[in-house]
Every structure is written in structure tokens, then in C-alpha cells.
Design a protein around this ligand. Structure first.
Ligand SMILES: [Zn+2]
Ligand SMILES: [Zn+2]
Length: 225
């Protein structure tokens, strides 16, 4: 989902976490019609070409929005499953033996999946996610010690989601980092003409990000990604 292709689902590590999330937290989603990871598979860079082609069709977009996401939202909202998963993930967080912050980052990914579904999430859980943010590694590129934690664009997306999330409204994590989604502004986002992935709510928003120089670190044309 990383709209800039920079983590939060758009990479193997995030997708693997999404894939094993339910099981690791003691819930079997094996017989669900759609698993939680079905919400984020479309951006898997290792997906075979046929799958990638299908993920780009309008039919798939409709199925994702009208079938898969509401299905998962319903699952998470029934009997407070989302809250229970969150509590389970929180309970497994540890500092010891976890230099890669994997258990904490998993809670971040769980929070992102819950918001992706538009499911309810308690205020105290949002607060917990906020408190985790400074504890999670954030690097621009894959480092020698492996690839874990945030990339700056994914981090910006997640912070924007924390500030603007409305239960019932699925958060795609493809929104501008200012947090204004298309439903708020009533028109399509502007798109960066160079990388074609970063989005902005208006020209002022784009200008602000260019000024901050944050985007240029990750902006590259599609051929170079
Ligand atoms: Zn904006
Ligand atoms: Zn760009």
C-alpha cells in the first residue's frame, strides 16, 4: 500500500507479516472467504505478471472495495475480533531479544490492516500505536542488518492515518501524507509526474512537500524503482 512503494505492505516483509498475522495471534483465518492479507496482495512486487495484471483491472478494484474489504471489516468488527487481535499483539511486544522491533512493528502492521479494512479501533489502541512510532526504526534504504521498520513515506502515511482515521472509512494508505483523502476534498488527488506514485490533495500540498525535501529522497521514475 505504500503509495510511494516504500513499505507498509508494498514489500515482502510487510506482506509476510500481514499473511501470518491472524495465526500468530492465535486466530485461524483459514476458512475465511478472504484472509486479511487479501486486502494488500495487490501491491506485492514479487507477484507473477498475470496476478499483477489482474490487480490493475477495474474489476479487481471493485471486488476489493465492495467485497473483500467489507468482508474483513465485518470479521474484525464481529465480537470485537479487531480489539482482541490488538490486545494479543500488544501482549507479545517485547524489547528483549527483539533488536529488529519485529513484535512492535507487527502491531503497527495490524493497526494498518484494521484501518485498511475500515474496522473500529479503540482510542487507547490508536494511542498505543502513536506511542510505538518513535520506537520503530525508520530508514531510507535496506540496511546491512536487513530490512525492517518504516521507510519515511510509509511512516508519513501511517502518521497521517493515525491523525485522520475514521472507523467505517477504509484507509487505503495511498493518500497524501497531509491526510486529506479524496472523500474529503471531492476530487481526485494530484499525482507526482516523476514517480507517479506520490499523491497530493492540491498544489499547495504538493508545494509544501517539495519545500520540505522529504519527497525527493524517494521520488524516482518507475523504470528505476
Ligand atoms: Zn494535502
Ligand atoms: Zn515523486
Amino acid at each position: 500500500m505504500g503509495r510511494w512503494g516504500s513499505r507498509l505492505f508494498k514489500c515482502d516483509e510487510d506482506l509476510d507479516m500481514a499473511f501470518s498475522m491472524a495465526t500468530e495471534l492465535g486466530v485461524s483465518d483459514r476458512y475465511w472467504k478472504h484472509s486479511m492479507s487479501a486486502m494488500v496482495h495487490q501491491s506485492d512486487i514479487l507477484a507473477p505478471p498475470e496476478a499483477k495484471a489482474r490487480y490493475q483491472t477495474p474489476e479487481y478494484a471493485v471486488e476489493l472495495a465492495d467485497v473483500i474489504i467489507p468482508y474483513i471489516r465485518d470479521k474484525l468488527d464481529t465480537d470485537d475480533l479487531g480489539d482482541r487481535l490488538f490486545a494479543a499483539s500488544k501482549a507479545q511486544e517485547t524489547d528483549e531479544d527483539d533488536p529488529r522491533q519485529e513484535t512492535k512493528y507487527r502491531t503497527i502492521i495490524l493497526g494498518a490492516l484494521i484501518m485498511r479494512a475500515g474496522a473500529k479501533i479503540k482510542n487507547e489502541d490508536l494511542e498505543h500505536l502513536r506511542a510505538l512510532m518513535p520506537q520503530i526504526n525508520c530508514s531510507l534504504r535496506r540496511s546491512m542488518s536487513g530490512d525492517h521498520g518504516f521507510r519515511p513515506p510509509g511512516r508519513a502515511q501511517f502518521l497521517a492515518a493515525l491523525d485522520h482515521y475514521v472507523p467505517g472509512v477504509p484507509r487505503s494508505f495511498l493518500e497524501p501524507s497531509c491526510g486529506r483523502i479524496e472523500a474529503d476534498i471531492g476530487h481526485r488527488h494530484l499525482i507526482c509526474m516523476r514517480c507517479r506514485v506520490a499523491t497530493y490533495c492540491d498544489e499547495e500540498c504538493q508545494h509544501a512537500e517539495v519545500e520540505s525535501r522529504e519527497h525527493q529522497k524517494v521520488c524516482m521514475c518507475p523504470e528505476r524503482r
